[in-house]
Design a protein around this ligand. Structure first.
Ligand code: G6P
Length: 609
């Protein structure tokens, strides 16, 4: 994620930027920084930790300027440190930039620049942009930026300032949000509306490919080829609280709707479907070790544990490695059989869950290789694990996890594919096919999210039921568990997730006319079997709500309510099928008037045993 703010006008830029960044701290808070120009000199201040550290440093040594850019960071490349905090400069210290996004080809670009002896001060993907702009700079910052962006692949929202052109900010956007706030004799940029609301309600929303030159009185938007682009100015009527949630009623809903982007951010720069390549920079498992892995243990808590349950199917099917999945609080107290050929995969959104951290330490003490799938960079688990795959979901604020889950599934999917191809268990054609399936998921989720009325209608009908049963099989069995967990967490309705084939060994006794049964019946090798299980439930009077593929006609006679989702390959289907279940829980919680974002008795990060 990360948040950007920029200002040019008559006010003190430092005040405007700090106040704006405060409103964007939800986008990241592991470090912050600011750059301003005073008398044709650049002043940069950066601090690790929350924004208050930067504010304190600026209070001690104040600076006053009329132009500047600032950043609050949610690290993706490079640990949270002062060197990695934004803004970043070129080697001559004349151009400074802030960036939100991921530069996919930064390794390649950096290597090219290093050939010419350029030194880099940070581990970030961002710094390379400052170097490139300087390389192309011929007294025109806009042109140098256009040239640079023609070489860059990936996502970005950029704010750029040059000490030799101290009357302008250049900004650009591709797949990361950026807004221009239009003032009188002053203008602003920001990642999100709340940062600018105290100053203006007139805003221009940049689109992909836009590059803008902003002075105190003028805004010119162009594309990379220097064509002028016209963008409409919008007047924003939201109040401040609405704006922080991007207009959504709750953070959870906002986070559900963010998923097409957070999934894409998690695989961006790591998969190349056309070539059949996976490149996970942070994982440095040796090929020889991979060939000799005897077994995998996946360990986590809560929603992350359910992501782990899905990963077992991936590791076993793709890589043919025996895999066990365990709840961290159980794993740490049994005597798991671990040795140096065991790979232990630890999954944690926060990276701070006490039991999960203890499980990681246990695995390390037994000589295992450890790999963490984590969302928070610099967290304890990400620091202590030998290898880390970060999910690039940004801060998750709703206590009930949504986007972190699909981020974990995405990261595990690409890691399992990578392992399989390195072990020679997948052909290049197969790898291409599976990568393509993942590549298409964000678009399919966006399609589904365009119309959520069927889910809302079902939520209204069933919001007052006391019990729910969720059924799924195979890769969608963990999704049934996650669906039931979401409902319990935020609506306090008793819900049980069950393997559909196992239902007849117990829960079937609970089924009567008052029991809604939510079943996931998308295309897969267990489709027919799941249908039979649904018929068993229906025969006992249960009301059947299915999550099924749009193309499925047969299911209509066998169910009472249908939520249609686009068709996917079975192995990526959990990333799709969980979305309606998150929404169902959300809408039921809203109908019941529960506290969606902060449900009773729960905590976002459980740092006690
Ligand atoms: C808490 C949260 C859950 C989360 C679990 C594991 O119970 O409420 O949403 O799934 O902890 O958290 P972690 O940060 O380790 O993924």
């Amino acid at each position: 994620m990360c948040g950007i703010v920029g200002y040019i006008g008559k006010k003190n830029a430092v005040d405007v930027i700090l106040k704006g960044l405060k409103k964007l701290e939800y986008r990241g808070y592991d470090s912050a920084g600011i750059a301003v120009v005073v008398d044709k000199e650049l002043y940069i201040r950066r601090s690790v930790g929350k924004l208050c550290n930067l504010s304190a440093s600026l209070e001690k040594n104040p600076v006053n300027a009329n132009i500047g850019i600032g950043h609050t960071r949610w690290a993706t490349h490079g640990k949270p440190s002062e060197e990695n905090a934004h803004p970043h400069m070129d080697p001559t210290k004349s151009i400074v930039i802030v960036h939100n996004g991921i530069i996919e080809n930064y390794v390649e670009l950096r290597a090219k620049l290093q050939i010419y002896g350029q030194e880099f001060k940070s581990e970030t993907d961002t710094e390379v942009i400052a170097h490139l702009i300087k390389k192309h700079y011929k007294n025109n910052l806009l042109h140098a930026t256009q040239k640079t962006l023609s070489e860059v692949r990936g996502s970005y929202a950029l704010g750029i300032v040059c000490k030799d052109e101290p009357d302008k900010i250049i900004c650009a956007r591709r797949d990361a949000p950026l807004i221009i706030g239009v003032g009188k004799g002053e203008n602003f940029i920001a990642s999100d509306i709340p940062a600018l609301l105290p100053y203006t309600r007139d805003m221009i929303f940049l689109e992909n490919g836009d590059i803008a030159e902003i002075t105190a009185d003028k805004i010119i938007i162009k594309d990379i080829k220097d064509n002028i682009i016209n963008r409409e100015m919008k007047n924003i009527q939201w109040d401040a609280a609405q704006a922080e949630k991007d207009g959504y009623k709750h953070f959870m809903l906002k986070e559900i709707f963010e998923q097409p982007r957070t999934i894409e951010d998690t695989f961006r720069g790591r998969i190349y479907p056309d070539e059949g390549k996976v490149y996970i920079e942070e994982v440095k498992l040796k090929e020889e070790y991979i060939r000799n892995i005897s077994n995998i243990y996946v360990v986590a808590c809560g929603t992350a544990y359910y992501a782990g349950l899905v990963s077992r199917f991936l590791f076993e099917n793709f890589s043919k490695i025996p895999t066990e999945v365990d709840i961290a609080s159980e794993f740490r107290y049994r005597e798991p059989i671990l040795n140096e050929k065991t790979l232990v995969v630890i999954i944690s959104q926060s990276g701070e869950t006490a039991d999960t951290l203890a499980a990681l330490r246990l695995a390390k003490s037994k000589g295992c290789q450890t790999l963490a799938v984590c969302n928070v960079l610099g967290s304890s688990i990400s620091r202590e694990a030998m290898h880390v795959i970060y999910t690039h979901c940004g801060p998750e604020i709703g206590v009930a996890s949504t986007k972190a889950f699909t981020g974990q599934l995405t990261a595990l999917y690409i890691f399992a594919l990578d392992l399989a191809s390195k072990k020679g268990k997948l052909t290049n054609e197969e790898l291409k096919k599976y990568l393509k399936e993942l590549w298409e998921i964000p678009l399919k989720i966006s399609e589904f999210l365009k119309n959520t009325e069927s889910v809302q209608a079902i939520a209204k009908v069933f919001a007052h039921k006391r019990d729910f049963l969720y059924l799924g099989r195979y890769v969608n069995y963990p999704v049934a568990l996650e669906g039931a967990l979401k409902l319990k967490e935020i609506s306090y309705i008793h819900a049980e997730g069950y393997a559909a084939g196992e239902m007849k060994h117990g829960p079937i006794a609970l089924i009567d006319e008052s029991m809604p049964i939510v079943a996931i019946v998308v295309e897969s090798k267990v489709y027919e079997k799941t249908i039979s299980n649904i018929e068993e439930a229906k025969a006992r009077g249960g009301t059947i709500i299915v999550v099924a593929n749009e193309s499925d006609k047969e299911i209509r006679d066998k169910s009472d309510y249908i939520i249609c989702v686009p068709k996917t390959d079975e192995f990526v289907s959990p990333i799709m099928t969980v979305i309606p279940l998150q929404l169902l829980a959300y809408y039921i919680s809203v109908f019941l008037g529960c506290d969606v974002d902060q449900p009773r008795n729960l905590a976002k990060s459980v740092t006690v045993e």
